[in-house]
Ligand binder design. Sequence first.
Ligand code: ADP
Ligand code: MG
Length: 701
Amino acid sequence: MATILDENITYLKGVGPEKANLLASELGIKTFGDLAYHFPYKYLDRSKFLAISELNDDLSFVQVKGKIIRTEMLGEKRRQRFTATLADETGTVKLVWFQGAKWLKDRVKANQMYVVFGKPTEFNGSLNFTHPEIEELERFQNKLEFNWQAFYVTTEKMKAKFLNSKAIHNLQQHLLPQLKDKLTETLPGYLIDEHKLLHLYDALYNIHLPISQELLQKAQYRLKLEELLYIQLKILRIKHYQTTHFGGFRFEKVGEHFNRFYSEFLPFSLTNAQKRVLREIRLDANTGQQMNRLLQGDVGSGKTLVALMCMLLAIDNGFQTCLMVPTEILANQHYQTISEWMYPLGIQVELLTGSTKQSKRKTLHADLASGMCKILIGTHALIEDPVQFQNLGLVVIDEQHRFGVAQRAKLWKKNVQPPHVLVMTATPIPRTLAMTLYGDLDVSVIDEMPPGRKPIKTVHYNDSKRLRVFGFMKEQIELGRQIYVVFPLIQESEAMDYKDLADGLESLSRAFPPPAYTISVVHGKMKPEEKEKAMELFIRRQSQIMIATTVIEVGVNVPNATVMVIESAERFGLSQLHQLRGRVGRGAEQSYCILMTGNKLTTEGRTRIKTMVDTNDGFEISEVDLKLRGPGDIEGTQQSGIAIDLKIANLGRDAQILTFARQIAEKVIEDDPKLESPQNFVLKKIMEQKWKYEFNWSQIS
Ligand code: ADP
Ligand code: MG
């Protein structure tokens, strides 16, 4: 049923065909509804002014007031521009307009007081406002007392056609009155009453044209809560469906293999955190329901070992297991350690990756179908391959952020009944994000490092200190240690990265010449066999330095490596930096992480580097990361399968609202899992609209 929100945007006053096209192509705004839900990204208090002396290049939009002391028309024809000089008691600043120069010349007068609003930028050593908004002070003072102005995302193309933030604001002023009394409420009445929420129209009105600060806050609250509530409802429905539709295998006993491994072959004792987590998993795998559990733990906290013991548990109960990892290198490494450990127990371990030969695959298929092979380790080739297990009881997924929910579901098809799933991640995820990204999973946390680890020392140097860094590297190599040197990899320009890496290799080779030194190189363009060889060289200590793009990020384990040098560290995200640093500090020796950067860092870049230098705590780092980047950019959110395309809520800042939304959703699903009661009709309808296309995945398996 069409509503006012479906109305074509061309019918709005102020929007002709040209603007309509731009709105559609640039922002996807085609209807009244799209515009009403194009929320401001910030508000500025336009009752506040800065002194001209306080202006600097780093500020975003600000407001100043003062007297215009001089105006001038400069340049000819298309290069013509109008400039004015604004002065207050503290100084002067130049204003420049290239567009509408003539128009402004007739209106902006010397010796009058004005309010100027814009972004200060540095040009030829002095501060300028280019294309600021300008208004006579007297007129400005006669306007509404509540002076919060909403700001909207626009694009360069739009600005060129005068569709700037202000223009969108004007469109909202035309639009909102038309919606009055015509909107269908999108939350059930009982929730609105119970939690004293604004009604939809009032919320939309105040989000764009706030009448007071209090109403603005209430509007934000209502819209954020609604947004998060629907996501939680979606997640909890999936979870409910899983727990009620699939029985789970029962891992009833702790058997011979588990016990023998634990008492005879485990070279160290488990940390308390590892023991606790093992207990949690054991209980969860014996409830008669399918386990879906996330195992979180910082790099090096010993997750893989816990996973292996869970696999033994599965095997002792008569099941097969598989371990999926994101890269071939990692698969090989896991395969080697695990088969060594399993050999004395007589457990067959196999490897399946993209490079596995057809002939090998054949015998592998047979061994899996007959149940001979108990542990299969592989990459996502495992999903693509038509393998069938005899009785797959447990799937372990390492470094989960690369496997989406939908892919997990695919794995289930390899079996008669869904196996238990244990997802391991070393990316510490803030609680709020976990609740959303992995909201359908239960969570176990390893929050303790194996004993004897020394915290990694992290330092920051700029390029001028390179020789000193080389000197330090030499000392470490003298001591018999190994070193990683990592270069950034940017997907869009592999060629350029390769150049960075090649230049780096050249200068390293000069500083560390053969035959005294051997350097291994691994980068994205190499064939798997070549990568493999280079890795082997390093693992066997035949090379002292391993230079790489970020491929080593995910889980390679070389305890003798004690130095991680990260080149152009400012180009890495925080969680990546933390992952990389986790490659060292795995043995008993003191380890170091050296962050190399250029001289000029952005504010954000500086914060990232400082955070790394200040703390080793992955959770602390992830909180900073979430605040800096917003959840949309946090690794894994795109692939997670639960799209968090949030329009208004922010998982970094709105943790409380999220927790509340989760509680409401839990209660709703508990009372009415299928949303059948009349009072939840609205919820059901909106859920169907929102997730028409995606919703079926939970039903497929
Ligand atoms: P993660 O997968 O969490 O990054 P791993 O399981 O790879 O960590 O463990 C890192 C290293 O620590 C490995 O060499 C592993 O053998 C070792 N390790 C694991 N648990 C313990 C423990 N309880 N005591 C000592 N060393 C351990
Ligand atoms: Mg690991």
